[in-house]
Ligand binder design. Structure first.
Ligand SMILES: Cc1cc2nc3c(=O)[nH]c(=O)nc-3n(C[C@H](O)[C@H](O)[C@H](O)COP(=O)(O)O)c2cc1C
Length: 374
């Protein structure tokens, strides 16, 4: 039994999963320029994967430097969760996280993501099936026994080979199961909801301080997270808070307010992998009671335009290498985030959003340097 979560120094500062954002190339940047204590993949649908949707396996691409890395999955069929838990184990993930927080209509209306808040019995069954998959895999169950097409099995082996040099994962260890959720569906019901979740004994419960109904509006309710933390801290499960942590200062403030074991940072790291650089300083500061002078010592330093361009280009090149130039349009959103606040940022962003390759981005940066920065 290896629960890596328990071995991390607290407070844990982790990267929040964001579909379409925190993919393997992005995480390569956070692992180089942060790193956070834990990485999560973007969420992946278990039913699609169970039906051999090969493309979805790309969400499970990662590099060894991202460890500990947790595979996040979503869906509504317990049997599919069972099978994909085995796949995640075979792919060498350090943990499996179940998404019970996504508010998107196409997810929640089908009873997945935050939709599970309304069906606690199904949510608990899903958690049990993930645990059963992890256990069966540790006892020798193979991905070849689950009805997958040969091409899926070959791709899983190929991913293992490319990442670790071995086709099969030899380490049949038990990995931790965790859950990421919201404070309620329409109303704040987190105190009752966590009692349900705790019955299945997850290693961690991460809580985004908004209801499904709120989507991303208003601000995260850290008082509700604090209420949940009080309950969860009476058990061996860890609690991570999440929502609106955009600066190191906010992180310190909200950890003090809520008493959580750690936090997840989402939008605050868009175009800003450096935010995780502050994690050790934050841990140090949180060992002592609040000091008046602490705010200035944890203010994030301005990252120079040159450094931002360097990382932006590195990111774009990694994107091409990992996901292919034909998908480059999915990289463009990052450009605006990296260039935020630079002189003539809007014009630069508009031009960058028309590029089709990292080479074009490189030329554009040179042009910008000459015409604007020099
Ligand atoms: C573009 C985007 C995609 C997201 N995708 C996921 C996801 O795949 N899984 C998940 O658990 N949460 C997802 N989230 C929610 C974030 O992980 C996080 O809970 C939320 O953004 C609040 O935290 P923040 O204020 O630090 O961003 C997503 C959020 C955004 C903005």
């Amino acid at each position: 039994m290896k629960n890596f979560w328990k071995q991390l120094s607290q407070p844990i500062i982790a990267l929040s999963p964001m579909d379409g954002v925190t993919d393997a190339p992005f995480r390569l940047m956070t692992s180089r320029y942060g790193p956070p204590d834990v990485h999560f993949t973007e969420f992946t649908n278990v039913e699609g994967l169970t039906r051999n949707a090969m493309m979805m396996l790309d969400d499970f691409l990662y590099s060894e430097g991202e460890r500990p890395i947790v595979a996040q999955i979503y869906g509504s069929e317990p049997e599919s969760f069972y099978k994909i838990a085995i796949v995640a184990c075979e792919l060498g993930f350090d943990g499996i996280d179940i998404n019970m927080g996504c508010p998107a209509k196409k997810v929640a209306a089908r009873g997945c993501g935050a939709g599970l808040i309304r069906t606690p019995d199904l949510a608990k069954e899903i958690m049990r099936q993930v645990k059963r998959g992890i256990e069966d895999w540790s006892n020798g169950r193979s991905i070849t026994e689950l009805g997958f097409k040969q091409k899926m099995i070959c791709r899983i082996r190929e991913m293992n080979q490319l990442r670790s040099g071995k086709e099969e994962n030899p380490e049949r260890k038990i990995i931790p199961m965790s859950v990421k959720t919201r404070i309620g569906y329409e109303q704040v019901t987190i105190k009752d909801w966590v009692q349900h979740l705790l019955e299945a004994e997850p290693a961690v419960i991460s809580i985004h301080g908004r209801t499904l109904k709120q989507m991303y509006t208003g601000s995260a309710d850290w008082e509700a997270i604090a209420d949940a933390a009080e309950i969860i801290k009476k058990t061996s499960t860890l609690v991570l808070g999440n929502g609106d942590l955009n600066t190191p200062e906010e992180v310190v403030k909200k950890i003090r307010l809520s008493g959580v074991h750690g936090v997840l940072i989402g939008r605050g790291c868009m175009g800003n992998p450096w935010i995780f650089n502050y994690k050790n300083l934050l841990k140090e500061i949180l060992k002592s009671p609040p000091l008046q002078s602490e705010a200035s010592s944890i203010e994030q330093e301005t990252i120079s335009a040159e450094e931002r361009f360097k990382v932006l280009l590195e990111h774009a090149r990694a994107f091409e290498e990992i996901k292919g130039e034909h998908r480059f349009s999915a990289m463009r959103k990052h450009f605006g985030w990296y260039c935020k606040g630079m002189p003539k940022a809007a014009e630069l962003r508009n031009r960058m959003c028309q590029t089709k390759s990292s080479h074009e981005v490189e030329l554009l940066i040179e042009d910008y340097r000459e015409s604007v920065l020099l």
